[in-house]
Write a protein that binds this ligand. Structure first.
Ligand code: PXL
Length: 276
């Protein structure tokens, strides 16, 4: 029997189930990879104290990674919410010590419901210690802008320039996601030589919680299955676009992307791919 490829997510637990570890594991399941998790923090707002981020200890983080690697091993890894510089350094050391080929770093900073997912003093560790170990980084516009000292990103040409400039941080590929621009949802992939544009139609919905997590989890899953980075990005954009199209909400709050959409509705969005 051929076993499914294996992927670890190192991220925060999002109690509402739409983002973070929960989105990642749902995505892994949909894409038939064996999912494992290292929880860095628990995100959930206490109704009285208002405390929203409940960090895990470095010991707990190391213990989870060690268990997953010893019990199973892995073909790929993604990082989401890491929160502190101590956690980022710990994760960078664990990755460096473990010979993993496919490393997706999603530099999450702020959640859709305004939860703060990265401490202010953690950005340097992210840039210097973790991003250089990445196969691919997947910032959205606010994250790319923040990594580039608050540079405004207002159109596709700014997206391309951001991808080119972020490449100097040392990741092998940079994917800057333009979902927050007007018009079609265009993402730019840059590999140090060529920019490739991935375009999907804009979907008119507010229910996009977890879209970024889902996208980077899908990329990690496809890389673990042996796809090239460009193939993994195209397939994952199609997957997440279908999930966004079928997003919904149980309450008046922003709701989740629907991870099972591609399976249930039997459709995958066409993605227009052009050299830019
Ligand atoms: O969507 C980004 C995100 C990532 N990780 C965790 C989150 C969120 C958004 O709320 O809670 C744990």
């Amino acid at each position: 029997m051929k076993y499914p490829s294996r992927v670890i997510t190192i991220a925060g637990s999002a109690a509402g189930g739409s983002a973070g570890i929960q989105a990642d594991l749902k995505t892994f399941q949909e894409l038939d990879v064996y999912g494992m998790s290292v929880v860095t923090a628990i995100v959930g707002r206490h109704p009285e104290t208002d405390k929203n981020v409940h960090p895990q200890t470095i010991e707990a983080i190391e213990a989870q990674f060690d268990t997953a690697m010893k019990q199973v091993g892995t073909d790929g890894l993604k990082t989401g919410m890491l929160f502190s510089k101590e956690v980022i350094s710990t994760i960078a050391n664990l990755i460096r010590g473990s010979n993993i080929n496919a490393v997706v770093v999603d530099p999450v900073m702020v959640g859709k419901l305004d939860s703060k997912l990265l401490a202010e003093d953690a950005i340097e560790a992210l840039k210097k210690k973790l991003i250089p170990l990445a196969t691919i980084i997947t910032p959205n516009i606010p994250e790319a802008s923040f990594l580039l000292d608050d540079r405004p990103i207002q159109d596709v040409s700014d997206l391309k320039q951001a991808a080119v400039d972020l490449y100097s941080l040392g990741a092998k590929f940079v994917l800057v996601k333009g979902g927050r621009l007007k018009g079609p949802a265009v993402d730019v992939l840059y590999d140090g030589e060529t920019a490739t544009l991935f375009e999907a139609p804009r979907i008119d919905t507010v229910n996009t919680s977890g879209a970024g997590c889902t996208y980077s989890a899908a990329i990690a899953a496809y890389l673990a299955k042996g796809k090239s980075v460009a193939e993994a990005v195209g397939l994952s954009k199609s997957f997440v676009t279908t999930a966004i199209e079928h997003g919904f909400s149980y309450t008046e709050m922003v709701g989740p992307t629907y991870h099972a959409a591609a399976r249930k509705h039997g459709e995958a969005h066409e993605i227009k791919i052009t050299r830019g």
